[in-house]
Design a protein around this ligand. Structure first.
Ligand code: 7TS
Length: 404
């Protein structure tokens, strides 16, 4: 059954609006995705009919809220094929999940001379927390460089792994280049030297089916808002033994079993890592996003996105002044236009109702490695984009070029 994109677009009310007098062309999905009506309804339903705190009170609403909140955790576990919902820790997003691992695992386990292996295309969220760990522990950061095609240099990577490597932290899909990284191979290399692995799946979950057991990674992190869920909710998945061995990173209510002034006993997984009132609505909204996605044919969505990527890459390649950065395959395409500042182009596109992102995409070291001082323009797609969006962008770029 071919996808009926026009029909699917009706599920996303925001897409129907005009911006600057033009139909909205939303191509900034790597920054955040739009939310289907089902997610908006779930948020509304919770606040209108179930709002109560979870895991505490002996009343009906609290019971319902707790049930919905924990059901959402189970949906996430299914969605990423985690063996047990207790291995799904709620966080504010990918950034907080990486910080959790950096503080609770990195700060505790790493020592002077240990090596943390990152890549040249990481988002700042997967760089700065490790720098903090390195500064505090004396661990050393090593960086997998890029090939001339702006892909990970796997030969260099193989040479960087050693018995000193204690942690590999790497993005599944690059937010700035739209490159799908060979994480399976890198995880196997890390395992061969006994290193722990963290995969930053922020840009993957909205596009690919993720199976944390097949990947066999130790940690996997992502944000709900990049997969059609609300902002302020994200996930840390971890292997049970590692999570069990890690100390809490924040303390207070919700995460304890027993407190006296002399002694506190912490709760079990996952609560040990969830101090304070959580983002209940966010979790329920993310659960609704998963229900929504699961009811669609994800293979057909991926095929449609692939078509859009081909259309975009072919269209950009046909514009002589445009240079595509690297070899994008998933979600996002970064490009520059000769002699024109990306921000100027983006402003002209915005006047035509077209939303793209410009700049360093929170990946300054990547821009330095590629010698792109002004950053790039980035168009990033989701399954609700249609061919007309790509046509509009390409036409918008031609018009911008005439302007400069
Ligand atoms: N990791 C990657 C690969 C990302 O793309 C992002 C956000 C993050 C981590 C952080 O996610 P957060 O939800 O905790 O902020 N990336 C982008 C982007 O490309 N444009 O805006 C945010």
């Amino acid at each position: 059954m071919p996808l009926d994109i026009d029909k699917l677009r009706l599920d996303f009310p925001i897409l129907a609006q005009t911006v600057n007098g033009q139909p909205l062309v939303y191509l900034d999905n790597a920054a955040t995705t739009q939310k289907p009506q089902a997610v908006l309804d779930a948020l509304n339903h919770y606040y209108q009919g179930q709002n109560a705190n979870v895991h505490r009170a002996a009343h009906a609403l609290s019971g319902q809220a707790t049930q919905a909140f924990e059901a959402a955790r189970a949906k996430v576990a299914d969605f990423i094929h985690a063996p047990d919902a207790r291995q799904v820790i709620w966080t504010r997003g990918a950034t907080e999940a990486i910080n959790l691992v950096a503080l609770s695992f990195g700060m505790q386990k790493l020592k002077a001379g240990d090596e943390i292996l990152l890549s040249a295309m990481e988002h700042h969220a997967n760089i700065v927390p490790w720098q903090q760990v390195a500064a505090a522990t004396g661990a050393v950061i090593k960086v997998i460089p890029l090939t001339d095609n702006a892909e990970l240099d796997m030969t260099a990577a193989a040479n960087l792994f050693s018995s000193r490597t204690k942690l590999l932290a790497i993005s599944h899909v690059s937010n700035a280049l739209g490159v799908l990284n060979p994480v399976q191979t890198l995880i196997a290399m890390a395992k061969a030297v006994g290193a722990v692995t963290l995969i930053d799946g922020a840009q993957a979950v909205g596009h690919l089916s993720v199976d944390v057991q097949a990947l066999d990674c130790d940690f996997y992190v992502f944000s709900g808002h990049k997969m059609f869920g609300p902002t302020g909710i994200g996930v840390l998945y971890g292997k049970r033994a590692l999570l069990e061995a890690m100390p809490p990173w924040q303390t207070g209510g919700e995460m304890i079993k027993y407190v006296s002034f002399e002694h506190t006993r912490f709760g079990e997984l996952p609560f040990k890592f969830e101090a304070g009132t959580p983002n209940i609505a966010g979790a329920i909204g993310l659960g609704a996003a998963i229900d929504y996605l699961s009811a669609l044919d994800r293979c057909a969505l991926a095929a449609h996105e692939h078509q859009l990527m081909l259309q975009l890459l072919a269209g950009l390649s046909a514009l002589p002044e445009v240079r595509i950065i690297g070899r994008p395959t998933a979600g996002a395409v970064s490009f520059i236009i000769d002699d024109v500042h990306p921000q100027d182009v983006a402003t002209l596109l915005d006047m035509q109702g077209i939303a793209v992102r410009t700049g360093h995409h929170c990946a300054m070291p990547l821009m330095q490695a590629l010698d792109l001082q002004q950053g790039t323009l980035r168009a990033s797609i989701a399954f609700y984009n249609h061919a007309q969006d790509i046509d509009a962008l390409l036409l918008g770029l031609k018009k911008s070029r005439e302007f400069f």
